[in-house]
Write a protein that binds this ligand. Structure first.
Ligand SMILES: [Cu+2]
Length: 281
């Protein structure tokens, strides 16, 4: 018998006798220590979910948000990160544990016990990903539904028109005449918003698909020709924030910028009045 034949013989014996009494059974191989680690990860996960959003890091989100809907978005983001890290920790443990502690030792011969046709394990690693996808889907769908809810009677309404390669803001508050600001790539427009008052946005496009993105809102929404996408926010913090297009829309896409300025309601009213009178800055 050649060496190759001998090895093949050994392999055949090992794979055809998975419950060989010389080694531990598949169930015994699933030792207590990895189980303890998994339980520790689960306990940490439960502990983290008990923390408030403010206690947790933003996980590379640029800010904590300046609108009423930002906390929900940040919370969804943080939850997704925690779940992904927990899954990563469990996966890394399951990979590294056998790699380090179940290496082949001197004197070991043949293959370790094989775990083919281990139905409980196969059912487990089929069900767990399905449960994970269902959990992610549930929280994402729930929050997306709430984030995109709009009121029938918002305090103000603004139509945002995206066009290659700038933005146009049309204010239609208080049932009065619309006032419009149109920007250019060389002169980015400023979107004025009142602090503490609800603003419903309607996004329309004159040409191609753009994306209305204000990083400080922790939110962006596509601007699609022939479709009116809407969302509503109440700005909470005074200040000036950057806005940009987040959809590659042509050669000057990178110049499709604007500013968002959150001011007091009085300043907002006087700005709209001066805009209608043709005296806006
Ligand atoms: Cu663009």
């Amino acid at each position: 018998m050649t060496v190759r034949d001998h090895n093949r013989h050994d392999i055949g014996k090992a794979t055809l006798a998975p419950n060989d009494t010389a080694g531990p059974s598949p169930r015994a191989a699933f030792s207590r220590r990895p189980c303890a680690l998994l339980l520790l990860c689960a306990a940490m996960l439960v502990g983290l979910t008990g923390c408030s959003s403010e206690d947790l890091p933003t996980f590379a989100m640029p800010a904590r948000g300046v609108t009423d809907q930002a906390p929900r978005i940040l919370s969804l983001w943080q939850g997704a990160w925690i779940a992904a890290l927990a899954v990563g920790a469990i996966t890394w443990t399951l990979i590294l544990w056998p790699t380090i502690f179940h290496r082949r030792r001197r004197g070991d011969t043949g293959l370790p016990p094989q775990t083919r046709y281990n139905v409980p394990i196969e059912v487990l690693y089929t069900i767990i990903p399905i449960v994970m996808v269902c959990v992610f889907f549930f929280f994402t769908a729930r929050d997306e539904d709430r984030i995109l809810q709009t009121s029938a009677t918002p305090d103000h309404q603004i139509t945002v028109t995206g066009e290659q390669w700038s933005w146009q803001f049309t204010y239609a508050s208080d049932g009065g005449d619309a006032a419009t600001v149109t920007g250019t790539p060389a002169k980015p427009p400023t979107l004025m918003l009142p602090q503490g008052e609800s603003v419903k946005f309607t996004l329309v496009s004159d040409d191609v698909i753009h994306s209305f993105w204000v990083p400080a809102f922790l939110f962006k929404l596509d601007v699609i020709p022939g479709q009116h996408n809407t969302f509503q926010v109440t700005p909470k913090k005074l200040g000036t924030y950057a806005g940009k297009c987040a959809e590659l829309c042509g050669q000057d896409h990178s110049r499709m910028l604007f500013n968002v300025k959150v001011v007091s309601p009085d300043q907002y009213s006087s700005y709209i009045a001066s805009l209608k009178a043709g005296n806006a800055p």
